[in-house]
Design a protein around this ligand. Sequence first.
Ligand SMILES: Cc1ncc(COP(=O)(O)O)c(C=O)c1O
Length: 336
Amino acid sequence: MEALKLRVEPGFRREVKAERSFCLLSTIGNTPLIQIQQMTKHLRGVQVFAKAEWLNPGGSVKDRAALRIVEDGERSGELTGDKIILDSTSGNTGIAYAMISAIKGYRVELVVPANISEERKKALEAYGVKLIFTDPLLGSDGALIEARKIYDANPRRYFKGDQYNNPANWRAHYETTGLEILRQTSGQMTHFIAGVGTGGTLIGTGIRLKEHNPRTRLFGVQPDNGFHGIEGLKHIETAIRPGIYDESILNGTFFVKTEDALEMAHRLAREEGLWVGPSSGAAFWAALRLAESIGRGLIVTIFPDGGARYPEYCLDCERQKKRLSVEHPKLKPSPP
Ligand SMILES: Cc1ncc(COP(=O)(O)O)c(C=O)c1O
């Protein structure tokens, strides 16, 4: 049998040895669009679909943005082999940077709140990333401020990923997620709804979908207050506003309680076979409210990562709620 001829692409340190189509990076994106069947049975005339983003090789939607941030940096000449990739992240973007950098041969330093889950710490350490911990009480904003300080003290040493302000973040979704949804729904989607962390997924995908059909309606999903337990999402009013988040293109925002997001995530596992994380539960809770308020339509949402990333949330609902009321005393319990 003839040996496969692999083209060596120019890269840094360790070259990307395989042709792009044989490389793990080529498996980022093109995730399945899955119809939610059981939990939408009561709806007449409305269908709900979700992009299965946990099937990306790094396990989350953030593979898309991180790849684009790194490759835009390479193209502009700002990211060179002697630089260390630096960003603040609560986990998923970090894992994506770590995976991509392992392949391309870059070093990575991540500023993370000290209370990120042990699983995430382990994953990041497995990829060989250096972690800098910040006060858990200061959340993702504390990590963001610290990352800025580290960069400002030594700008020649670092390439600043800056996922909250880097247009490469939303462009990744404009060029991949949005196009995939158009193709997978044959352009028939009427509503798009997604959680807001940096806003990259919602804004980039939303701009593409609106360009295709200006009547497409766009909705954001945020936690209902600043002290929440929905990892990956931001309560914009009480947080540092991401530079790439432009709510002027939105038709509305749904605010979700942590308990509702978790309960929905549990139900998605048990009733649909979709073991997803809390932010997927939040997105689907809002998608259902939206579905119940419209007569006809095809709603698409995003399930950013899988439940395996949150072993601490794999308890039953009642135990989960008790745990939350201890860890997040400011969360108001839902009415019985
Ligand atoms: C679990 C999870 N859900 C949702 C999001 C939101 O995505 P975006 O930053 O594109 O708004 C993130 C982002 O980090 C995330 O990690």
